[in-house]
Design a protein around this ligand. Structure first.
Ligand code: HPA
Length: 278
């Protein structure tokens, strides 16, 4: 499988998608673990299984279907990624972030990224969403940054600014919509680790002290590449479990998936509200 992609590779996929749809998607939506049900409300969907896209990396994780769904949600043309791939599966960062590049070649200007995350902030109750106001790129800080390697000038600059990785206007919109719809929406810093192990209690105390509110194994690579390519990003974590700072409770993938199911309707309501407000 390919691990390095040229613009021509990206365009080959973008062209394949373009050839199957009649609307130009304006917003990309990436669904995290357990949030697949969100994709069921897309109207007039065109569904493209990932394996039908030339060179598209395929996911191996339970809870991550592999398909693109292009259609309408709240009147907005969206391209939904139902399932993503992760670094812990053994993929290169170029593969993890390829979908973002394809979205950029398709002219998508806004990306809404969701994930399942552990609540390090002990005030967070699992089952509620958290607006990502900033991130800690622990996974890439001293290693695999997705922009490592020759800079693709067509997309953006060699040394991209990350002072507003999460678009301030979109954050403001999300806050307003959550208030209007009376949805509890926490806010905080998301930290990305490589996984696939969940954290030890010592890891979690370290992460808490580093300023993280929620922890997960995705999102940050995509957000970096989205920013590089000039897209506006909104990030929402679904808090699926409370991190046990002293090892009081175990964390399991089953719990993440189960709470993700409870979260899906709330996330859907919030995302629909945000789309209406855009
Ligand atoms: N840690 C890391 N990733 C996660 C967690 C967690 O507790 N919950 C959901 N994704």
């Amino acid at each position: 499988m390919k691990t390095k992609y040229t613009i021509e590779d990206m365009d080959r996929i973008a062209d394949e998608i373009r050839g199957r749809i009649s609307v130009q998607p304006a917003i990309g939506l990436i669904l995290g673990s357990g949030l697949g049900p969100l994709s069921e409300s897309i109207q007039d969907p065109t569904i493209i299984p990932y394996h039908e896209l030339p060179g598209w990396p395929l996911s191996t994780v339970e809870g991550h279907a592999g398909e693109l769904i292009i259609g309408k949600l709240e009147g907005k043309a969206v391209l939904v990624m139902n399932g993503r791939i992760h670094y812990y599966e053994g993929y290169e960062m170029s593969q993890v972030t390829l979908p973002i590049r394809v979205m950029q070649r398709l002219g998508i200007e806004i990306v809404v990224v969701t994930n399942a995350a552990g609540g390090i902030n002990q005030d967070f109750n699992p089952g509620n969403p958290m607006l990502i106001t900033d991130h800690l790129n622990l996974l890439g800080m001293a290693g695999p940054n997705p922009l490592r390697g020759p800079n693709l000038e067509e997309f953006g600059t060699r040394f991209p600014d990350m002072s507003q990785a999460y678009d301030r206007k979109l954050i403001e919109t999300a806050r307003k919509v959550a208030k209007e719809l009376e949805i509890t929406l926490y806010e905080g810093v998301y930290i990305c680790l490589a996984g696939p192990t969940f954290e030890t209690p010592a890891d979690l105390r370290f992460l808490l002290n580093a300023g993280a509110d929620a922890v997960g194994m995705s999102t940050v690579p995509e957000v970096i590449v989205a920013n590089h390519g000039g897209q506006r990003v909104l990030g929402i974590s679904g808090i699926t479990n409370q991190s046990s700072l002293y090892g009081e409770a175990e964390t399991t993938h089953e719990e993440v998936i189960e709470t993700g199911k409870l979260l899906a309707p709330k996330m859907m309501k919030l995302i629909r509200g945000i789309l209406r407000a855009l």
